[in-house]
Design a binder for this molecule. Structure first.
Ligand code: SAM
Length: 393
């Protein structure tokens, strides 16, 4: 029986979804962080679960050629939980993400004959990209980040993946209400905003600052804390990919589901007929209506996507872009889309497992995955964005 904190020598196998690699010890799976595929490591068990162990590699006995010195001194076993792959070269990070996407599409998506998958780099390098950063505050009032799978707050001097404008904010030197949460944002127009909450899910403390974001010739004024793509080059890359995958024709009708303030609708509108954004957050809808008032073919419907699509009035659609939260769209929404028989669907996904499950559902309903791009819009972390085109068989 292996007790927590026991040290194991492990041959590290493939990368898995979640920012770790898989090894085996006495027939049991071990999910190892801070290791790379092919390495031999000494790892300390951090958690014992029925059927698997979690462990942190603390000594690298045989290093991978992909191993680098982490640029951040707060990365590593027991330290900041924000980044997963600081110890891997950026090329290797993207190769591992491509392997995770292929594995999820095969195992959860039920696909065989996958195309070669690459996870494309966005311009700007693997550091200084994060335009939205959430800090936790410890009991003494110092801001920092949670240790991995812990509520303990690790004070830091700065976050190396944060946008330079956020790194320059004097947030980490001052005292904050213990237990509060600080959200810092840097916008594409050069503005910064700081929002505080009493707790992670609590309402903002005080008035909510505004931020202007610019993309594709439009300008949005958003509440700080409202959704906007985090990587500074993400909107350009994602909207370009969606337009390329959908190839809109002048009279075609489009839906932008989970549309936020309408960035995809704004990119599609010049090329097609009516575009309807469906979004549940009333602040995003209000910001989108203001920003896109000059686009006469764009309308917003505020509400839950499943409920809105459940209304039979919503009959005809040719093109659909959907960008759901991490949990994915789910069977009911996929069925509602497939029932309208659109010519093409472009699915923007931040979680490869939810994406793969929804691709399987689309497959059962007669839609094939006929296009696939993925972007490393979250370097140093396990996260990435996938954009898949689904078309009727
Ligand atoms: C990943 S964000 C995408 C936003 C937008 N497409 C963009 O790129 O800026 C997901 C959006 O879905 C909205 N959302 C979440 N669940 C929803 C639901 N059930 N119905 C409608 N919108 C939802 C969120 O408020 C959020 O704006």
């Amino acid at each position: 029986m292996t007790a927590p904190s026991e040290s194991l020598e492990l041959e590290v196998g493939a990368v898995a979804h979640g920012g770790f690699c898989v090894a085996r010890h006495e027939g049991q799976a071990v999910f190892v962080r801070h290791a790379l595929p092919g390495e031999r490591v000494r790892a300390v068990v951090t958690e014992r679960r029925k059927g698997f162990l979690r462990a942190d590699a603390v000594e690298i006995l045989l290093p991978s050629p992909d191993r680098v010195i982490p640029p951040c001194p707060f990365a590593g076993p027991g330290a900041c939980g924000g980044c997963d792959w600081q110890h891997a070269s950026w090329d290797a990070q993207r190769r591992m993400k491509a392997d995770v996407l292929a594995e999820q599409l095969t195992r959860l998506g039920g696909l065989s004959d996958l195309p070669d998958i690459t996870v494309e780099a966005l311009p700007g390098g693997p550091l200084s990209w994060r335009t939205r950063v959430q800090y936790a505050v410890d009991g003494a009032g110092h801001a920092g980040f949670h240790r991995h799978r812990s509520s303990e707050v690790l004070p830091v001097d700065r976050c190396r993946i944060a946008h330079p404008a956020i790194q320059a904010l004097p947030l980490l030197e001052r005292q904050w209400p213990p237990g509060s949460v600080i959200e810092a944002a840097a916008s594409s127009t050069g503005e910064t905003a700081v929002l505080t909450r009493g707790s992670r899910t609590g309402p903002p403390s005080g008035p909510v600052p505004k931020l202007r974001e610019r993309a594709g010739g439009h300008e949005w004024t958003l509440d700080a804390g409202g959704f906007w793509q985090v990587h500074p080059r993400a909107v350009e890359a994602f909207t370009g990919t969606v337009v390329e995958q959908l190839a809109p024709e002048p009279a075609e009708r489009a839906w932008d589901l989970y549309g936020g303030a309408g960035v995809f609708a704004a990119a599609l509108a010049p090329h097609c007929g009516p575009v309807t954004v469906v979004e549940s957050d009333h602040r995003a809808v209000a910001a989108g209506r203001r920003a896109l008032s000059g686009l006469t073919n764009v309308t917003f419907a505020r509400g839950d996507v499943a409920q809105v699509l459940g209304n039979p009035r919503w009959r005809r659609v040719d093109l659909v872009v959907l960008d759901p939260p991490r949990s994915g769209a789910g069977r009911a929404v996929v069925e509602a889309i497939a029932a309208r028989a659109p010519r093409a669907v472009s699915y923007v996904a931040c979680d490869p497992a939810a994406f793969a499950r929804d691709v399987r559902t689309f497959g059962e309903l007669g839609f094939d995955l006929t296009g696939l791009r993925a972007f490393d819009s979250f370097p140093m972390t396990q996260h990435f964005e996938t954009i898949g085109r689904l078309t009727p068989r």
